[in-house]
Structures are given as structure tokens and as C-alpha cells.
Ligand binder design. Structure first.
Ligand code: GDP
Length: 299
């Protein structure tokens, strides 16, 4: 809880301070509600959600004095309502071994780091993990994945830069099956500059995976960078269509005062949120819990 609270402190201090300033010695009326709505929109919660929360707060309290703490309590309860339906842990089905997790997202969103953190988590649970360096486009991505592999004791399947991603994924699937690995995590490219090419590559990767194991991938994780704000919404649309995203990880929530974007994404798409990233360290990946998150961001 402390790590989560610290991680979300940029968002919570902005929202929390805003609420205190707004409601100290002021009545709840049209003007304060409108200012609150602006505050929520600035935190990237989205226009619809901001309007709904503001309306809920106004009900039965209009024209009365209200303490900032009561506002915070109503706010966090309303946010929790939006988040509760999307809070799902990533459950690894041992019967499916290798349980295949395909990780997608734009470059810089935190894919490789998240893969490293996930590998560490699974290893700590006693599972064997293999990593596939499917971002064959960037030498740095391959190198970084190898470092995470060493750090977590997970073999890394890699080819030289520029080789075919689907071919690499084929190798990794076979290697994980042969080794009897519990979890195979596959990295992918994320160069959104050439969307058509990237999506074609992802489709090809998916075909190869399914050819080897018709039930795979068992999870398609989209990694979203919270600091990109509203762009996250577009990324869910773009990747959701092609890659058949089954769940989300939102990273860098520690690096933004606009952590409400997670609420906007949840409200708009209803996709499961499995984890949130609140720092660069290996332990800075938290299972997503609706109530804790809602409490943590309101300050
Ligand atoms: P990729 O290009 O999608 O593979 O992204 P990387 O994993 O290389 O991450 C890009 C940068 O974001 C790196 O400097 C990471 O350390 C950093 N990063 C990843 N996740 C988080 C997070 O949750 N919080 C913070 N503050 N930085 C993160």
C-alpha cells in the first residue's frame, strides 16, 4: 500500500490539494462542482467520468457545507465503481504450460521493463520462465531483455537484429515446449511510425503462435504509458483491434499527475487491468486493486 501511495503521489497531491483548496469553507454549489469537474478532467479521468462523479457528489448535498474529506470519500467510492469491473489478476493456468504471454505496446511504453518485472514475479512464485526477444527491430531491446533474463534466471531466445519476428517467436515457442517451461513471455516491436507494417507483423506473430499451440497466446498484454495521457486511449484502439488485447498494464503512474487516465481507459474499454507500474525497480509492479488505487489517487 505504501509503495502504491508513494507511486501515485504526483496525481494524489494535485487532486488532493485541489479538493482541499476547493471545499475548505465553501458550500457545495454549481460553481464548486464545476471547478471540481475541471480538476478531474485535468487529472485525465475523462469528461464522462468527471461529469458522472460530480453529479454523484451533488446529489443530496447541494447547497450544504461539505468537508474536503467527505468529497475525497465520495470521489474514491465513485472511482472504485468504475475500476472494480476491470480489476482482474493475471492468472497463469498451469495446465497450459507453456502459458504464453504476448506483450504489445508502442516503443518506450515500458514493455521490456514490465517483462523483466513479470519474469521476476513468476520466478519468485517458483515458476520457470523463458523470454522471447520478439522486438527484432531494435538491438537495444534485445540486449535489455537479455539483461532481464540474466537477472531473473530466465533463458532468453534471441536472434540478431533485423531478423524475422515471427521466426523468432516460432523458435521461442518450440524452445519453451521442449524445455517444459511454465511461462513464456514474448516481447514485440512497437514502432508506431509504421503502423501498417507493425500490425502486419503482429498478425503474423499471432498466426505462428496459434499454429504451434491453438490455445495460445493465453494472454495478450498491452503496456500503456500513463504519462502519454489521452494517447493511451488511441493505443488501446489501435492494438486492441489487431492484437486481440486481453489485458492491460499501465506503467509510469509514478511519473505523472494525470494518473486518472487509468480510470478513463477503464470506463471507455472495460478491458481487464492486471498490473500497474509505479517505478523503474524490479518490485515496482503492483497487481491492480480497484479500491487501493481509488483511495490512493484522491490524496
Ligand atoms: P519499451 O521500449 O516499451 O520496451 O520500454 P522500456 O521498458 O525500455 O522502458 C522505457 C523507459 O521507461 C525506461 O527508462 C524504463 O526504466 C522506464 N519505465 C518503465 N516502466 C516504468 C514505471 O513504471 N515507472 C517509471 N518511472 N519508469 C518506467
Amino acid at each position: 500500500w505504501q509503495r502504491l501511495k508513494d507511486g501515485l503521489s504526483r496525481t494524489s497531491s494535485k487532486l488532493g490539494r485541489g479538493i482541499t483548496d476547493l471545499f475548505t469553507k465553501r458550500k457545495l454549489d454549481g460553481a464548486t462542482l464545476e471547478e471540481l469537474e475541471d480538476l478531474l478532467i485535468q487529472a485525465d479521468l475523462g469528461i464522462d467520468t468527471a461529469a458522472r462523479i460530480t453529479e454523484a457528489l451533488g446529489k443530496g448535498r447541494f447547497g450544504k457545507d461539505i468537508a474536503p474529506d467527505e468529497v475525497r470519500a465520495v470521489l474514491s467510492a465513485e472511482i472504485e465503481k468504475v475500476l472494480e469491473p476491470v480489476a482482474h489478476p493475471l492468472v497463469v493456468d498451469a495446465a497450459k504450460a507453456p502459458f504464453v504471454v504476448l506483450v504489445v505496446g508502442v516503443n518506450g511504453s515500458g514493455k521490456t521493463t514490465t517483462i523483466g518485472k513479470l519474469a521476476a514475479k513468476f520466478r519468485a512464485e517458483g515458476k520457470s520462465v523463458m523470454l522471447g526477444a520478439g522486438d527484432t527491430f531494435r538491438a537495444a531491446a534485445i540486449e535489455q531483455l537479455k539483461i532481464w533474463g540474466e537477472r531473473t534466471g530466465s533463458p532468453v531466445i534471441a536472434r540478431e537484429q533485423g531478423s524475422d519476428a515471427a521466426g523468432l517467436v516460432f523458435d521461442a515457442m518450440k524452445a519453451a515446449q521442449d524445455a517444459g517451461t511454465d511461462v513464456l513471455i514474448l516481447d514485440t516491436a512497437g514502432r508506431l511510425q509504421n503502423k501498417t507494417e507493425l500490425m502486419a507483423e503482429l498478425e503474423k506473430v499471432l498466426r505462428v503462435i496459434r499454429k504451434i499451440d491453438a490455445s495460445a497466446p493465453h494472454s495478450v498484454l498491452l503496456v500503456l504509458d500513463a504519462t502519454t495521457g489521452q494517447n493511451a486511449l488511441t493505443q488501446v484502439e489501435v492494438f486492441g483491434r489487431t492484437a486481440g488485447v486481453t489485458g492491460l498494464v499501465m506503467t509510469k503512474l509514478d511519473g505523472t499527475a494525470r494518473g486518472g487516465i487509468l480510470v478513463a481507459v477503464a470506463a471507455k474499454f472495460g478491458l481487464p487491468v492486471h498490473f500497474i507500474g509505479v517505478g523503474e525497480g524490479v518490485d515496482d509492479l503492483e497487481p491492480f486493486a480497484a479500491k487501493d488505487f481509488a483511495r490512493a489517487i484522491v490524496g
